[in-house]
Design a protein around this ligand. Structure first.
Ligand SMILES: C[S@@+](CC[C@H](N)C(=O)[O-])C[C@H]1O[C@@H](n2cnc3c(N)ncnc32)[C@H](O)[C@@H]1O
Length: 357
């Protein structure tokens, strides 16, 4: 079966996550990738809820630009959606084709109206499109692909884990969708460690992904809040979490060597900034956090099992078009890195994939 994955706002990171997610589970072939979507052939049925960086997943129906939609619309009880991605806009073409077919079958043929040539994932969730009806996606890349959507990213579920948990601290918080992407990039199962666990954003996602979780942080209050958030998650999602949460300095972690299957973490990125830093300020922040990163990387190298990955956020800054990065020396092998931008953030995130070889 071929599947279309519609990317989120960072296509390179979305594709890296999809690749890592599938590599950890199955054999697959990347048919093509554009700046909006990837087409992948695999026997494994992907689940959108496992991914942080994909907005929709669709099953490819055909490569032709016509189709008999009867089996798709026959049970529909609400307005359907048509989305078009890629160089050519097929939204009207398929909306009209489906309407005509439905009318000739004496069915009510309402469709969702959109500003863009696609229905947003948020609109689809709000309007229960996949429960009441269906969505068709028409994707033009090197080839043309017509697909039926089988899964839509639910931003409300991710937001709930961020904003409805009992303990919040905006400066210690990393978006759940990014946590999930990072965990998938680790391509692991078993025990996951976050040695800068804060109030537990990474650990929450890892627990939902069935990892045994270990979290440590220097700050005693963070540890209490992290435990409270995990207890809330257990109740909210009716799960039992295998967890060890403790106060510890990353410079000497109280864990045995070669015991951890994945490290996923956002360390201390420097002080929160109200305005964009000057070149000098950016350099000072990098100099301030560098020794902490080098010590942390030494300990992460020690506790990781050989062959396993650490996914670590590094701070970077963009001043006058120049990128100022942190370069910490480590025995870990750097595999790849990605940049993630969030509006209003003065400190930018670089997501670095390391492996203990
Ligand atoms: C950006 S927050 C971590 C966010 C967290 N990874 C999450 O998932 O929400 C950085 C954390 O680093 C902790 N920290 C700073 N220096 C540390 C050290 N030397 N050892 C351990 N934790 C430290 C801070 O207390 C803070 O909780």
């Amino acid at each position: 079966m071929q599947y279309i994955f519609i990317y989120g706002k960072n296509p390179m990171l979305s594709l890296a996550e999809i690749n890592a997610y599938l590599e950890a589970r199955t054999k697959f072939k990347l048919i093509e990738s554009t700046d909006q979507f990837a087409v992948i052939e695999t026997d494994f049925k992907p689940d959108i809820d496992d991914l942080g960086g994909t907005l929709k997943i669709a099953e490819v129906l055909t490569n032709k630009n016509e189709y008999d939609f009867y089996n798709i619309y026959k049970d529909s009880t609400g307005p359907f959606g048509v989305s078009s991605y890629g160089s050519k806009n097929y939204q009207n073409h398929f909306t009209e084709m489906i309407k005509e077919q439905m009318k000739s079958d004496k069915m009510k043929a309402g469709c969702l109206h959109t500003k863009e040539p696609f229905v947003t994932h948020t609109d689809m969730i709000n309007k229960h499109t996949l429960k009441k009806s269906f969505e068709i996606v028409a994707c033009s890349g090197k080839e043309f692909y017509l697909g039926k959507t089988i899964g839509v990213h639910n931003p409300y579920e991710f937001r709930k884990r961020d904003l409805e948990r009992p303990k919040q601290r905006a400066i210690f918080s990393i978006p759940p969708r990014l946590c999930r992407i990072m965990i998938n990039l680790a391509k692991a199962d078993g025990t996951l460690l976050d040695p800068f666990c804060g109030i537990g954003s990474v650990l929450q996602e890892a627990a939902l992904m069935k990892f045994k979780i270990i979290g440590s942080d220097l700050d005693e209050k963070c540890i209490r809040d992290c435990v409270a958030n995990l207890v809330w998650l257990e109740k909210e999602y009716k799960i039992t979490i295998d967890k060890k949460i403790m106060q510890a300095d990353v410079k000497s972690l109280p864990f045995e060597s070669n015991t951890i299957d994945a490290v996923v973490t956002e360390p201390y990125l420097g002080p929160p900034l109200r305005s964009a830093p000057t070149m000098k300020e950016a350099g000072q922040i990098i100099d301030e956090v560098q020794p902490l990163y080098e010590k942390a990387l030494e300990e992460i190298y020690r506790v990781l099992k050989p062959g396993k990955r650490a996914i670590i956020i590094f701070p970077f800054f963009e001043v006058k078009g120049k990128k100022i990065r942190l370069r910490a020396s480590t025995k870990l092998k750097m595999i790849e890195y990605f940049e993630d931008f969030e509006e209003h953030h003065k400190t930018l995130r670089q997501i670095v994939i390391f492996e203990k070889v």
